[in-house]
Design a protein around this ligand. Structure first.
Ligand SMILES: Nc1ncnc2c1ncn2[C@@H]1O[C@H](COP(=O)(O)OP(=O)(O)OP(=O)(O)O)[C@@H](O)[C@H]1O
Length: 266
């Protein structure tokens, strides 16, 4: 489970992804992607619909193979990292099993990995405490709010103590208040665990509040056009959302996105 000490958490070199499309055509979903992510970073992928954010995340997770190019996760191939359960995944929908209690949902990846009953119970409880849901461990997912379900999904993704957390619009389906609350919670969990995070979002304000780095992408073909380091102080708090530095960064990111949109054919 240990990565090579000074290896980047993720490294992509000259990654291309072409999907077949109807009528014998093809879609260049990603072109010439080069990206290094340092351990402990919180990197957001931001860009208009269809620029390849999810495809990039899926390639890092080894759920999709790149057409060409190389991907390493913690110094090993994406496949080796997947087999070593070196990352956790969270999607927009929590995807919990309704017939299993919250605790047994969090235990599932440990059970699949052959971890003993006592150990997986202890680990699930630690993760539920981390997301502050220890008191609902014996309930079923359908008895929880959408925000609580997403917190269970985060606990499940962290159950194997991965070095990397890959999140595809994990807060996208939640109402604004719950979303803001969970952004704060996510920052706390990121600090407590030291996990590297790659986070797909459409929200500029969310990306600025959460990230150490924002990667801006453009579509057709999907490319990285800019990387913006977010210099806001850590640890961030709700008050940071009203600071001049926060608004300056939001404006900078918005301008970078507008530049991408301006290149789009009408
Ligand atoms: N399995 C697939 N087969 C064919 N084309 C695909 C497939 N998956 C993605 N694509 C195409 O690749 C491009 C990038 O898609 P992707 O879902 O990665 O973009 P995205 O930036 O995540 O979009 P959104 O913000 O709308 O979720 C799009 O043109 C999409 O239609």
């Amino acid at each position: 489970m240990t990565a090579t000490d000074d290896a980047p958490a993720i490294s992509l070199t000259d990654v291309h992804k072409v999907f077949p499309a109807s009528g014998g055509q093809s879609v260049a979903a990603l072109e010439r992607i080069g990206l290094d992510v340092r351990p402990g970073a919180f990197v957001s992928l931001l860009g208009p619909s269809g620029c390849g954010k999810s495809t990039l995340l899926r390639i890092i997770a080894d759920l999709t193979a790149p057409t060409t190019g190389t991907v390493t996760v913690g110094g090993r191939s994406a496949r080796e990292a997947r087999l070593a359960r070196d990352y956790g995944l969270v999607f927009q929908q929590a995807g919990l099993l309704d017939w299993r209690t919250v605790r047994r949902n969090v235990e599932l990846p440990l059970q699949v990995g052959g971890v003993s009953r006592a150990e997986r119970r202890a680990q699930a409880e630690a993760m539920l405490d981390l997301v502050r849901l220890g008191d609902v461990a014996d309930r079923f997912p359908w008895q929880l709010s959408g925000g609580m379900q997403q917190r269970v999904a985060i606990a499940r993704a962290l159950a194997c103590r991965p070095q990397l957390l890959l999140m595809d619009e994990p807060l996208g389906a939640l109402d604004e208040m719950t979303r803001e609350y969970l952004q704060g919670e996510l920052l706390r969990i990121w600090r407590d665990t030291g996990t590297t995070v790659v986070f797909v979002t459409h929200s500029v304000s969310e990306a600025v509040f959460l990230s150490t780095d924002i990667v801006i992408m453009s579509p057709r073909p999907g490319r990285i056009t800019r990387r913006i380091e977010v210099g806001l102080p850590q640890p961030r708090t709700v008050e940071d959302r009203t600071s001049p530095a926060y608004f300056e960064t939001v404006t900078e990111v918005r301008k970078a996105l507008h530049a991408v949109m301006a290149e789009e054919p009408a």
